[in-house]
Design a protein. Structure first.
Length: 358
């Protein structure tokens, strides 16, 4: 592994922050004082923490802390995972009483992955109400995001991504359309306040990268090189310590609650790491809530490097490296409470009974 790293040549690196350092720095993290508008971008079928994150956002919506404007699936709708992920997202939205939340899908090329999200197919087929049957029927996510962003006040939307950056690449690369005369970068600059990204490892990954950033490395390089707003990263090392799901499966009925069902299908009832929930929680509550600090942040920027690796199957090798700098518009999160306490905060939201439901 080390030999491969030493032999790897740096092809190019991107991701120096381009946004102007102005009032939009990271000194004003989100607070719980007003509902936070979020777009949730997910690779839901590959792991179950995406389900936990979307459930958490619905719980926070029931508490009037956020609004979910749209959900986008970052796996290609041409492939198994993307087809079922979109239906799974619709199942969850419908369960929480928000079937109107639009669900979009990525339509670009599919990166073949060894693991497949069978839990989504099993849960969707288990009889939970939903209208969207497959990602193939969903609108293209970046177009959906353009529509949603164009209709929102300036600097009001928080983007939450907990999977691949395929949709965000398509959004940034998009040109004017019927939704907006603005190009993608300018539309994001105008409408998005901050991007909360589960991706990368901090202060640096090895040459295998982190799954979300490394599976579509060209998309990652493009997005990190062009994203025009503050970004806060929740890294692998944060969520890997935060174990949730077992209590959810024990105390909620998997026959009635699709979140519990998805966890049961994926984990068999055991706890699972909570990578995606850490980013979703930050997007809505910022560094803490109710006088309880969840996180602290390390300022700087995330340098993403595409490496020259041995020819073979799979994506090009990549890694991320944190470059510290107090004036930067990016940060990564560090837990400010013991992982078990953060897990309790997250799991209680995942378990929160839906408004008017059981
Ligand atoms: Ca994910």
């Amino acid at each position: 592994m080390l030999g491969r790293l030493a032999a790897a040549g740096l092809l190019f690196s991107l991701a120096a922050p381009r946004a102007a350092r102005s009032a939009r720095n990271l000194e004003a993290p989100p607070t719980a004082s007003a509902p936070v508008d979020v777009i949730f971008d997910t690779d839901m079928a590959l792991d179950v923490d995406d389900v936990g994150a979307l459930a958490l956002l619905h719980a926070l919506s029931d508490r009037k802390e956020c609004r979910i404007l749209a959900v986008g699936v970052s796996e290609s709708a041409r492939a198994y995972d993307g087809q079922w992920a979109a239906a799974m997202a619709d199942v969850i939205n419908t369960y929480y009483g928000r079937p109107e939340i639009p669900v979009g899908a990525y339509r670009g090329p599919h990166q073949e992955l060894a693991e497949r999200g069978h839990y989504t197919e099993k849960t969707v087929r288990a009889g939970f109400a939903h209208r969207l049957l497959t990602g193939a029927d969903a609108p293209e996510a970046y177009k959906l995001y353009r529509q949603v962003l164009a209709g929102r006040p300036d600097l009001s939307v928080r983007m939450v991504s907990v999977g691949f950056l395929t949709n965000l690449e398509a959004l940034l690369a998009s040109g004017p359309d019927e939704a907006s005369p603005l190009g993608g970068v300018e539309l994001v600059r105008r409408k998005v306040r901050e991007w909360s990204c589960m991706g990368g490892r901090y202060p640096s990954s090895d040459e295998h990268g982190e799954f979300n950033l490394a599976t579509y490395p060209e998309a990652t390089a493009y997005v990190l090189g062009h994203w025009p707003t503050p970004v806060t990263f929740a890294g692998f090392e944060l969520g890997v310590q935060v174990m949730t799901g077992a209590r959810l499966v024990r105390e909620r009925d998997p026959a009635r609650n699709p979140v519990a069902r998805a966890y049961l299908e994926y984990t068999g009832g055991k706890d699972r790491m909570s990578w995606d929930q850490t980013a979703a929680l930050y997007a809505v509550r910022g560094l803490g809530s109710g006088g309880r600090p969840y996180y602290s942040r390390v300022a700087g920027h995330n340098r993403f490097e595409l490496l020259v690796g041995p020819p073979g199957r799979g994506p090009q090798p990549s890694r991320n490296v944190w470059v510290s700098g107090a004036e930067a518009e990016q940060a990564y999160l560090v837990a400010a409470m013991p992982p078990a306490e953060l897990a309790q905060v997250i799991e209680e939201l995942m378990m929160q009974r839906r408004a008017g439901g059981r």
